[in-house]
Design a protein around this ligand. Sequence first.
Ligand code: NAP
Length: 284
Amino acid sequence: MNKAKLMDGTALAARLLAEAKIKVDKIHQLTGVTPTLATVLVGDDPASATYVRMKRKRCEDAGMKSLLLELPQGTSTEELVIEIEKLGTDDAVHGILVQHPVPAPIDKRAAFEAIPVEKDVDGVTAGTLGRVILGMPGFAACTPKGIMRLLDEYNVDLDGTHAVVIGRSPILGRPMASMLINRHATVTLCHSRTRSLPSLVRNADVIIAAVGKPRFVKGGWIKVGAVVIDAGYNPGNIGDVDFDNAIEPCSLITPVPGGVGPMTIATLIDQTADAAAQQLGVDI
Ligand code: NAP
């Protein structure tokens, strides 16, 4: 394998986490307060429990406090919203993460919208997405923000490129497309109704795969020299791109695991440190 083509998200995330720890230490020195992330986990999905464990571990590694609120399967939307609102008004909590997917029939959007924008460190609220679309400063959905950091780290010049984003979810494809547009890429945003997807991808200088289907993007769809970002994370550590056949034509590619995933968590931690600094009025 040509290792020179790999975009190392693990290494960049480690650097970002070390920088976040410096911010956390400074906040503590100046205010005596430890930045705190509250995580809300509803139900008993084992994958969600694993993600929450990983995020809490990274939090603690960065010197932050991690609160876990576990709610049983069968929690109603109203009960969940009340709990999130309590965290929203708790001065000791600086960031709120509602682990998703939440079990049906909870209204996920209602739960997200109960998070105050200033504590929306996972970037899930409509207010945060609106700011991202308009290119305003503030928090953003962690996965696309982490991807932008990776693209910058590898000096990918987006200006004037054609980027194809596959997936239009509010936490990934949509904010991703906006961030790329704000950096002067021309973006084609694809989804399950898109016709002739392979031919659109064949024209792309930058491909962002956020589909949730293992090895969905084929090597034969990739233009020589394209940059390939695989946001997919399917059971068995399998991405949304057929990595083995994509590595040859592409110029850069994110591996799975070790590409986008670690950047998502590092961005969450970094945004929580920033949220604490803002709420405590500290300049870091
Ligand atoms: P999602 O909400 O399920 O959205 C998937 C998107 O893919 C939808 O917009 C859907 O289109 C589109 N799609 C489905 N089948 C398609 C097809 N045949 N052709 C074209 N588009 C198709 O998923 P998500 O939350 O955005 O996540 C996407 C992937 O990223 C998943 O693998 C997830 O595990 C991964 N992920 C990774 C991280 C990380 O930290 N690494 C974080 C979040 C998500 P419609 O809108 O038309 O249904």
